[in-house]
Design a protein around this ligand. Structure first.
Ligand code: ATP
Ligand code: MG
Length: 502
């Protein structure tokens, strides 16, 4: 008897040891509560934070609250009909996004579904959330990223790997600055990703049309979660865009990502958090709203050569209300980024476009990366502009101005006119250099301030026609050496004579 039991035990033990499971183990739970886009799933052992959950019928969710006997989940599909008692299956892995080069030229939603009407399949997927590169993996920002927008390239330069915030009230030209920067990356070997968060579908369509018209979709991917998408989808959008950019950066490429805009992202996260009954803090945002943006923006980097030397430049956008940059989200993002471009409605409506307030805008790391040519011609612009603004305020009161003040005012007016730039018309480095050098050398002295708008295109045309070789030299060396400068100065004199005679 005993012998028999022992033998049976032996056999069983052996069988158990040899057993290899050949199926997949699923963890299931049931929905016990559903409210606006949020569900509680009981008896589902939460395995990881951010796990993708299958609600069946093509409905997906993410586990955001892991509790003892269930999870709190947000539903990705907007308007999805989830009912109590529905079975939910855990996938065991966090939510993924496509990261292969096939995303370029496409318009996708954060989880990789095409929004441009053509089928899409990626070769490679990666998790949306990843740790930012560490300290050793990085090197200081050392190369400029041209925006093609003169006041930015000269006074608030952006370097590759930098995070520069674009902040301003609604309708002040924030998106235009970001799009112009993307347009300016044509033939510059930079991959661009435009991430639209919580915007109207019509606005996104317009942006895509602008990109298509300028042939910029060849090197650009668009990740979009519109205002009609669920808050969870809007919450994921910037992380998806960041993961795509990160994979290209790890491949040694230069990438530019635009997050348009992070205020709406914070609002979507607040919606989710309040529905999940997390305690509200200042302005009803949850306690971790700083971490929400810091972990996203920290992933932008200028990688060391040992890591492939790729870079990810981020242009987050924040919308303020009533010009209040000291509200909760704006101050958070200002403190995370390496500088900000501050746009003002007052300037915008007075005709100064781009409406950049140069006094409140800074770039904390970009100066080190500026091109030599630009550094030479942009030295004292900020001070000159500040002096002009101060004097302009006083000059309103009296008409009796001494000649020195008048001269400063006139120079200031001309500089402001040079800084005015039409949208979707970025300047090349050589154009920017000759405009500022010309201004410094007095090429515009004979032009009246009110005629400046008309004369600038004429000035650029003259130099393109007559000094192609000099412009080429500036473009190819990124420098304006003494010899080039001397030759240009001769042309400035000639152009000034021509302008005067007109
Ligand atoms: P929103 O708050 O709605 O997102 P925004 O701040 O992103 O707005 P834009 O959409 O970029 O602003 O621009 C607002 C309007 O101003 C647009 O109609 C755009 O064409 C115009 N605009 C922006 N920049 C310029 C410019 N440099 N020259 C002429 N028009 C401009
Ligand atoms: Mg916008």
């Amino acid at each position: 008897m005993n012998f028999e039991t022992d033998a049976l035990n032996e056999i069983l033990k052996k069988r158990i040891e040899e057993f290899t499971p050949n199926g997949t183990v699923y963890t299931c739970g049931t929905v016990t509560k559903v409210s606006d886009g949020v569900a509680r799933v009981e008896n589902l052992p939460g395995r990881c934070y951010g796990e993708l959950l299958d609600f069946g019928n093509g409905i997906w969710g993410i586990a955001l609250d892991l509790e003892e006997n269930g999870v709190g989940a947000v539903i990705l599909n907007s308007g999805a009909s989830v009912s109590i008692g529905d079975v939910v299956t855990g996938t065991g892995h966090p939510v993924d996004t496509p990261v292969s080069y096939s995303v370029i030229g496409r318009v996708l939603n954060p989880i990789g579904a095409p929004l441009d009407g053509e089928p899409f399949k990626a070769k490679k997927y990666a998790p949306m959330e990843k740790n930012a590169p560490g300290i050793i993996a990085r090197k200081p920002v050392c190369e400029p990223l041209d925006t093609g927008i003169l006041p930015i390239d000269s006074m608030i330069p952006i370097g590759k790997g930098q995070r520069e915030l674009i902040i301003g009230d609604r309708q002040t030209g924030k998106t235009t600055i970001a799009i112009d920067t993307i347009l300016n990356q044509k033939n510059k070997n930079v991959i661009c990703i435009y991430c639209a968060i919580g915007q109207k579908a019509s606005t996104i369509a317009q942006v895509i049309m602008t990109l298509r018209k300028a042939d910029a979709m060849k090197y650009t991917a668009v990740v979009a979660a519109t205002a009609a998408d669920s808050p969870a989808m809007q919450y994921l959008a910037p992380y998806a865009a960041c993961s795509m950019a990160e994979s290209f950066m790890r491949d040694g490429r230069d990438v530019l990502v635009v997050y348009d805009d992070l205020s709406k992202h914070a609002v979507a996260y607040r919606t989710m958090s309040l529905l999940l009954h997390r305690p509200p803090g200042r302005e009803a945002y949850p306690g971790d709203v700083f971490y929400l943006h810091s972990r996203l923006l920290e992933r932008s980097a200028c990688l060391a050569d040992s890591e492939g030397g790729g870079t990810m430049t981020a242009l987050p956008i924040i919308e303020t209300t009533g010009g209040n940059i000291s509200a909760y989200i704006p101050t958070n993002v200002i403190s995370i980024t390496d500088g900000q471009i501050y746009l003002e409605s007052e300037l915008f409506h007075s005709g100064i476009r781009p409406a950049i307030n140069t006094g409140l805008s800074v770039s904390r790391v970009g100066r080190a990366a500026q091109y030599k040519a630009m550094r030479k011609v942009s030295g004292l612009l900020r001070i000159e502009l500040a002096q002009y603004k101060e004097m302009a305020v006083f000059a309103r009161f009296g008409s009796d101005l001494d000649p020195a003040t008048k001269a400063t005012l006139q120079r200031g007016e001309k500089l402001t006119a040079i800084f005015n730039q039409e949208k979707n018309k970025p300047y090349s480095l050589s154009q920017e250099t000759i405009l500022l050098l010309g201004f410094r050398c007095g090429a515009f002295d004979s032009v009246e301030s009110k005629n400046m708008k008309k004369m600038i295109p004429a000035f650029l045309r003259y130099f393109e026609k007559n000094c192609g070789d000099l412009l080429y030299r500036i473009e190819s060396t990124h420098d304006c050496d003494e010899q080039t400068e001397e030759l240009l100065k001769g042309h400035f004199g000639r152009w000034a004579e021509l302008a005067e005679s007109e």
